[in-house]
Each structure stands twice: as C-alpha cells, then as structure tokens.
Design a protein around this ligand. Structure first.
Ligand code: SAM
Length: 277
C-alpha cells in the first residue's frame, strides 16, 4: 500500500520536545487499528493524536473519542477536521497531568486508551495512567521496542527489571508486533512496538501497602549486580528473605512479581510503623 499521512499533506514542523514521530504508512495504521478492535460502544481516549493518523480511523468507529494533545499548533487543524464528528472530544492539555476519571460519563463506563506515545514521557505516563487502572478496560501503545521488551520480560531475562514488576503487578501485558523506523516521519533512531496492557480486574497477588511495594521493588533493583540481601540491607534480613522461600544471594532480576509482593508484605508486617522511601 502507498505511504500516506492519513489523507492530507502537512506543513507541520515536527517538534522533538513533544516526541513527534508521525505514522506515515497506511498498512501499519490499519494493523494497529485492527489490534485495538474498536467497538461502537467504546469510550476511547487517544493520547497524542498529532496529525490524526490513528484518530481518523478511530473516530468513525467509536461512540466517544477523547483526544489529548499538548501542542498548540495541532489544535486548530484537529478542530477543523473533526469538530463535526459526534465522537470528537478534544482536550488541549498535558496527558501527564490529566485526571482520567474526569472523562468518565457513567459509573460503569470504562476507558480504552490508545496512543503512539511520545517516547520521552512514556514511562511516567503509564505510571500516571495506572493510578486510574480501575477505570481502564485496556491500553494499546506504540513504545520503543526496548521498553516493550522490558515491560513484558519474565524473571531471569536480562530485560526484566523494575518496570516489568511494576506494570505486571497491575496489568496483563502482551507484545503485539514491531514497527520499523521507516514507518514514521521523521524516523526515530530505534525500533518501535505495539503493546497491549489489560489492567487486572482481580490482581493475582495483592500488596498490603502499595507504597511499600513500590519502594521495596525500587530498592531491590537499586544496584543491578548486587544480591537481594545486599540491596535490601536495612529492610529485611537474610532470614526474613529466606522465610519467603527466596535465596538471599540471588539478584532481583530472578524474583517474580509474586515473590516481590511476599517480600513487601513481610516488610509491612514486621515494620508496621516504618515507611521507607
Ligand atoms: N498519533 C500521531 C501518529 O501516530 O502519527 C502522533 C504521535 S507522536 C509520536 C506523539 C504525539 O503526542 C504528538 O502529537 C505530540 O504533540 C503529543 N504529545 C507529546 N507530549 C504530550 C503530552 N505531554 N500530552 C499530550 N500530548 C503530547
């Protein structure tokens, strides 16, 4: 299929600070939309529409499309093109600061979030979104392929780290397909990939105190080459770690989400009045 920028030519100057790499290949756009599988009743949210490569096909297929764009120069063109569409709901704001619960209409409404994300803010944005996990049905994002590999990695794999644990604690994760740099204008320096994240309706393992869990995981990975016993010094003794069925001389990169939850819960039980940061 011929390359296109969703049916119109552009004079927009791409802004690096907003991570503007716009999709230019209709076949890839179709593949992403097919993976999202938009349904007529969906309440969809698109982060960073840019010049509407994904917006244009999505807006025809869903009941509500909230669109969040920070770049002032893109707002008027989006309004001119889509204001007459019933699903269109544009928010000229920073996706990192938005209160996503404010987008909900009915109590049973859940959001489907999509976006070819600006790579420089993708991790903080996912963490921000996960604070609204109970309101989110699923998320489909284009990210750097290396970040997708880290999020979906299993224990024992080099890519497994804090990001894998924190996201897998809250979501089912699935890497869908890779997208090469030639499919963007301008081309990024790295490969990209599409990921699907489905927040758990019932978390398989529950941390008694999520702040403690967050902090303990951060601490466990603080020095990658050190053992768990060394990284958790001052948090849990070797005996405590062993009591969870974990060898204290292993490294954090071999510890499953379930075991991290066990360690955090043991810490919370044995240090009820302490909140380490
Ligand atoms: N969706 C378009 C596409 O696939 O061609 C554009 C994707 S481009 C990688 C990222 C988009 O996110 C840009 O339109 C950019 O202006 C926007 N953006 C960057 N930072 C943002 C933020 N903090 N909040 C909302 N939008 C942002």
């Amino acid at each position: 299929m011929a390359k296109h920028t969703s049916g119109h030519t552009s004079s927009h100057k791409h802004k690096k600070q907003f991570g503007q790499n716009f999709l230019n290949n209709g076949r890839i756009i179709d593949q992403i939309v097919a993976a999202i599988r938009p349904q007529p009743d969906d309440h969809m949210v698109e982060i960073g529409p840019g010049e509407a490569a994904l917006t244009a096909p999505l807006i025809e297929q869903v009941h509500t499309l909230d669109i969040i764009e920070i770049d002032n120069d893109l707002i008027a063109p989006l309004k001119i093109r889509f204001a007459s569409k019933p699903a269109f709901n544009l928010h000229h704001t920073d996706a990192l600061k938005l209160d996503y619960a404010s987008l909900l209409n009915a109590s049973k409404d859940k959001l489907r979030i999509v976006g070819n994300l600006p790579y420089n803010i993708s991790s903080p944005l996912m963490f921000h979104l996960l604070t609204y996990a109970q309101h989110i049905q699923d998320m489909h994002f284009m990210l750097q392929k290396e970040v997708v590999n880290r999020i979906t990695a299993q224990p024992g794999i080099k890519a497994y780290g804090r990001l894998s644990v924190m996201i897998q604690y809250r979501c089912q994760t699935e890497s869908l397909f890779t997208v090469g740099p030639e499919n963007f204008t301008p081309p990024p320096k790295v490969d990209s990939a599409i990921i699907r994240l489905i927040p758990h309706t019932q978390k398989p393992f529950i941390a008694d105190d999520e702040t403690t869990f967050n902090n303990l995981v951060r601490q466990a990975f603080s020095q990658k080459r050190k053992t768990l016993r060394n990284n958790l010094k001052g948090w849990l003794s070797a005996e405590h770690i062993e009591s969870c069925g974990i060898d204290p001389s292993t490294r954090a990169e071999t510890i499953s989400v379930e075991m991290f939850v066990k360690l955090a819960n043991l810490y919370a039980q044995t240090h009820p009045n302490e909140h380490k940061t």
